[in-house]
Structures are given as structure tokens and as C-alpha cells.
Write a protein that binds this ligand. Structure first.
Ligand SMILES: *Cc1c(COP(=O)(O)O)cnc(C)c1O
Length: 405
């Protein structure tokens, strides 16, 4: 990068810094174009996107089928609000139900909204169906969780920084260690209505729970009349080598929460998916969203889901992920503690004695690979599921050089 071109990037960095809140610490790269697994910055440099917007870009940047669906819908109708029906929402929820095997789906926009929707639904189900005394409903959550950034959700985060300064928080949440089914079982009371869990903790550092954990907790849920609420916002829609990560243990959550890739990297689309037993607690006026289920989002959601299924991106993620994980494990580096994950959701853990993961991500950026550290020690590799194996093969040369560094 020459001095003259560097200043263009610097200008944008300065502007964002000057005119916005400092709630992120992005890599110092300013992107202006994307296609498939590739993005270009304002200085004309090309990078491989190995983050995929935290798995919101499973289909890659500007997938032609999703772009066409968006353009077609934009030329017709974009927003009705739920005060009226539109001709996209019905087909969207039907296709979501058909793809997942549930009776109902309720579209929202962001992931956090879908989680909030699930919390409301499970509490009301607890009072009306399970018979919990009013105001007593408890939801069990896991340590090291990530479910979004609303005040209710950060209230049950175990990450001090997510909470500090934002209280008081919503009561009714009980935290147990992740991956410990016995601890979960011990925490269940007659007031427990739901168990909110990520089948693999993404933000928490790509933590894969021990074999049998999901199956055992789902069993306990069934025995004790507790709704198993799978947050598959990041792990779902092919990312981990299955359509949903819970499938690794043949678990069918009572409530399935999806987002991110449901919008194909184009538009925020999320949903709560569940059977009528849970969804029917909602009556007109109970819950809503101005943009939830809007025709543009629904058309994009249909195309995004269609691409995942028709292009067999779950299978692709499984194959490429298995291959990439073993290739990463073969790298002989004094700095790597462990390589873990499922499908194309891979965490490379840097030893604490080698510093944090951040400088490795900066070194990768200098070599044209964009990856982001999570939880200080982990480099997350989660490229679009459409990526070519040959592209990954080339990237491995740079990844190896950085990790050996
Ligand atoms: C990203 C994420 C969310 C929140 O989604 P937003 O769209 O950022 O609100 C919730 N749960 C999980 C597991 C996530 O990865």
C-alpha cells in the first residue's frame, strides 16, 4: 500500500471515529465492494472474507439469486407493516416451516428481536400452558452465552463488559455452566419454562460442547416440561455442516431461533420457529414489529433459504470444513493451542504465551485475508459457504505463514 492510497482509508476511518459511537474496534480496512467470498477496499485492495459478517453471509456477498429476488421485490412493494397482508410473508413462513419441519414461523428483523420474541413466547407458554404462577417464570441460560444486545439479553450475559453500566436488568434468568448437563438438570425447578442455548458458542470463542450435551439437555427438557430454545442465529442455515447445528445430536428444539444468513447478507431477517403449542400464545396486539414480515425481507428470506437448500451449502460446509480443519491442524505452529469447530465454523486458539489473537488477524489482513478475533485468544475462520476449495487452498499458504510467524 502506498502512502497516497493509505490516506483514502484513513479519511474514512477518521470520519467514522469522529461522527459515531466507539462501540466497535474494527480492523482498519474500509470496504466498498463485495462479490462471493471476496471484498475490495477503497484503495483497490482485494481481500478474502473469512468472517462472513458473523455468518450472515453464508451465501457469499451479493449472491445473484438473492440480488435478483431483492431487485424484483423492490420494484413491486417493500413495506406494508403488519396492519395489512402482503403476498410474500405467507410463502416465506410456509417455506421456512417446510424446510425445518415446524408448524409456525414468526418473522422479525434482527437476531436479538427473534430471541426476545422467543423469551416472550416461552414465558407466556409457561403461564398459560405449563401453569407456572404469574411472574415466576424462569429461563435457564448458559455461561459464556451470546444472544444479542438488548437490555434484557445483556442482563443474563456473563460477559461483564456487555452489562456494565446498562442495568437494572430483567429478572427471571438463571445461569448454568455451558456443556454440563448435570448442572442444567440441577437448576431446573417447577418454575423453569425454557432453556436458551447455543448448540455451539460462536461469540463465546467457537466452543463445541461435549458429545451428548445437547441430546441429554433436550431429554431433561422433555422430562421436566421445559422448552428447549435453540439459538441457531449463527450456527444455523448450513454454517456447521448441517442445516442446524442441533442436528449433530438429532435434537429438535421446541423453539428454533434463526437470523443472520436468513437475510442472505442483504437485509436483516430473523424468525422464531416453533409448533403451534408455543406460537399460539400470541394474540393480536401481544407482540409485533413494524418491519417484521415485510415483503422485501420475506422475498429476500425466501431466496436466501432457497440458496442454502438448493446449492446444498450444509453439505458443502461439512466437506470443506472437515478438510480445512484438518489442514489447519497440520500447521506446525508454536503459537496454536487448538483448532476446533464444526463445518466452516472454525476457531484457531492462540496460546496465551503467544499474546492475543488480534495481531494475527492484523497480519492476515496485511496478506489479504479478513478474519476477526473473538474472546481474545481465538481467530474465527468462517468464510462464505460458497467458497471454492482452491481459494481456501491459496489462503492456507498465508494462514500458515502468519501462524508460524
Ligand atoms: C448474532 C447473534 C445474535 C444477535 O443477532 P443480531 O442480529 O446481532 O441482533 C443472537 N444470538 C447469536 C447466537 C448470535 O450469533
Amino acid at each position: 500500500m502506498t502512502q497516497a492510497t493509505a490516506s483514502k482509508t484513513d479519511l474514512y476511518l477518521t470520519e467514522a471515529d469522529r461522527f459515531s459511537a466507539h462501540n466497535y474496534k474494527p480492523l482498519p480496512v474500509v470496504l466498498e465492494r463485495g462479490e462471493g467470498a471476496w471484498v475490495w477496499d477503497v484503495d483497490g485492495n482485494r481481500y478474502l472474507d473469512m468472517l462472513s459478517a458473523y455468518s450472515a453471509l453464508n451465501q457469499g456477498h451479493r449472491h445473484p439469486r438473492i440480488m435478483a429476488a431483492a431487485a424484483e421485490q423492490m420494484a413491486k412493494l417493500t413495506l406494508t407493516s403488519r396492519a395489512f397482508h402482503n403476498d410474500q410473508m405467507g410463502p416465506f413462513v410456509r417455506e421456512l416451516c417446510e424446510a425445518t419441519g415446524y408448524e409456525k414461523a414468526l418473522p422479525m428483523n434482527t437476531g436479538a428481536e427473534a430471541v426476545e420474541t422467543a423469551i416472550k413466547a416461552v414465558r407466556k407458554w409457561g403461564y398459560q400452558v405449563k401453569g407456572v404462577a404469574v411472574g415466576k417464570a424462569e429461563i435457564i441460560v448458559c455461561e459464556n452465552n451470546f444472544h444479542g444486545r438488548t437490555t434484557t439479553i445483556v442482563g443474563f450475559s456473563s460477559e461483564e463488559q456487555y452489562r456494565e453500566g446498562f442495568g437494572p436488568f430483567t429478572p427471571g434468568f438463571v445461569t448454568v455452566p455451558y456443556g454440563d448437563a448435570d448442572a442444567f438438570e440441577a437448576a431446573v425447578t417447577e418454575n423453569t419454562v425454557g432453556f436458551l442455548v447455543e448448540p455451539l458458542q460462536g461469540e463465546g470463542g467457537v466452543i463445541v460442547p461435549a458429545d451428548g450435551y445437547l441430546r441429554r439437555t433436550a431429554e431433561i427438557c422433555r422430562e421436566r416440561g421445559v422448552a428447549f430454545m435453540g439459538d441457531e442465529i449463527q450456527t444455523g442455515l448450513g454454517r456447521t455442516g448441517r442445516l442446524f447445528c442441533c442436528e449433530w445430536e438429532d435434537v429438535r428444539p421446541d423453539m428454533l431461533i434463526v437470523g443472520k444468513a436468513l437475510g442472505g447478507g442483504v437485509y436483516p431477517v430473523s424468525a422464531l420457529i416453533a409448533d403451534a403449542e408455543y406460537m399460539d400464545v400470541f394474540h393480536p396486539g401481544d407482540h409485533g414489529s413494524t418491519f417484521g414480515g415485510n415483503p422485501l425481507g420475506a422475498a429476500i428470506g425466501r431466496a436466501s433459504l432457497g440458496v442454502i437448500l438448493d446449492e446444498k451449502l450444509s453439505e458443502r460446509s461439512d466437506e470443506l470444513g472437515t478438510w480445512l480443519t484438518s489442514r489447519l491442524r497440520e500447521i506446525d505452529s508454536p503459537h496454536v493451542e487448538e483448532v476446533r469447530g464444526r463445518g466452516l465454523m472454525i476457531g484457531v486458539v492462540i496460546k496465551e504465551s503467544s499474546g492475543t489473537a488480534r495481531p494475527y488477524c492484523e497480519a492476515l489482513q496485511a496478506r489479504g485475508i479478513l478474519a476477526k478475533e473473538t474472546h481474545h485468544q481465538v481467530i474465527r475462520f468462517a468464510p462464505p459457504l460458497t467458497i471454492e476449495q482452491a481459494t481456501l487452498e491459496e489462503a492456507l499458504v498465508d494462514i500458515e505463514a502468519v501462524l508460524r510467524g
